[in-house]
Write a protein that binds this ligand. Sequence first.
Ligand code: NOJ
Length: 555
Amino acid sequence: MITDLWYKNAVVYCLSVATFMDSNGDGIGDFAGLERRLDYLQGLGVTAIWLMPFQPSPKRDGGYDIADYYGVDPDYGSLGDFVAFTHAAKQRGLRVLIDLVVNHTSDRHRWFQSARSDPDSPYRDWYVWAQERPANADEGMVFPGVQDTTWTYDAKAKAWYFHRFFAFQPDLNTANPEVQAEILKIMGFWIELGVSGFRMDAVPFVIAEKGADVTGEPREQFDMLRDFREFLSWRQGDAIILAEANVLPKQDLDYFGDDADRMNMMFNFQVNQATFYALAAHDARPLVKAIERTKPRPLSCQWGIFLRNHDELDLGRLTETQRALVFERFGPEKRMQLYDRGIRRRFAPMMDGDPRRIRLAYSLMFTLPGTPVLRYGDEIGMGDDLTLKERDCARTPMQWTGEVHGGFTLSDRPVSPVIAGGPYGYPHVNVADQRHEADSLLNWMQGIIRLRKEVPEIGWGDVVALPTREKAVVALRYDWRGNAVLCLHNLDPGPVEIALDTGVPAPEGAVLVDLLTGARSEAGPDGRHGLMLEGYGYHWFRVGGLDALLKRRPT
Ligand code: NOJ
């Protein structure tokens, strides 16, 4: 397989323009501000940026309620600023992915306004209507606790409309060929403006059958995914779709496509939730199981691996006992929890700000099979503001300096309050200070990102979990092109000693070189490596050392 598939060994950084950098002093981040921070991102070493929605929107769901697919919200700049940004990113070798939110529109979108105003509107069938309140109107809410129905009566339309998410987000009738054609047009538009692909929002809902007569589990129309993908690859061969699809492993291939002809990438929610359980319980076993269950995928497809994102940490796929433990360890108070299934905190506070645990977790994340996706601010260990509602608590502005409002804006009225007080306030946690501290999280993160890019075996290779007899140890070996890399993580606060059979026969298997420290380990007479892992310790080894690598790499 050719190694041109850039997303197989990328490092993705996700951010929202609104909270990244304000250049004009109006309190709201903008494209011009983001453009000025591109050198920072390049220096950090990330290779792709994923932007949350920035199109015109009433922003009642963080911009995931789009009112015009073909523009930039004036708060963030103009289409011209957007193109200046994608161009500047390209000059630095950074790719740009954007959110594609086509399961629903904002209720302010002119399509919905037209559809509700006139039964003969050309847009009427772009949405999903019912004359009577459907029997299942109180089922299938995505935001339990704050959303109590999936069908709402619209007095103007004199009909009920379907909305999988909030009532101000009417679902598009995605089975309608006109809507499908419009989705392609939207993709085609942004591709021309310099993006390398899309993070497709809520994919299982986009392809689900919708309507008042749908009972039970709605059937999915997977052909739609092939059509999106085919269109995109004709328009731009290396463009990708990264799907947000929190599905069971038995469905993975339906989304990737047996012939790799559907989604190029998907977020691995199974591994994400199992990782948090592993960190909470100091038990690697369910994580190893999740890795094994999500292993089958076409070679050109890829998992997106993440710790936290802009939503709550959804724990819905864990067992009740597992979930209870993660809540107890990482989100024990009611105000830290959300939607009956998750935790809304940022990562660093969940780890009590302990640098050893934070580094262990990120090192682990960077060595899980797939492409890592980081969230802005996590590279400096930003905290959350639990006085803000729902998911807003973890969407506060980037903390650049120790100056007022963390250097995010010169305005007195930032779009969201910058975290100022407590251990995570900008006077203590900011980019500028961490640049000057040799042992800061930021410098550590930069180093581990650099290392991750130098170990393409993780993105490309075949993964196998090695037995260690210690339940707190994750031992993964990656094999690719005759090279092997071994990644060890000790989830326990105490040290453990293991006798590891790497599974690689001598001579290569007899030598391990630690890529973080340069230390060498020689196997004992039984072929095993006696290794001492410190509490929360992590090691990335090249099996056979660099000599083997140089010998074996194809020229
Ligand atoms: C998933 C997004 O990640 C979330 O933030 C949003 O609220 C829903 N989709 C609806 O678009």
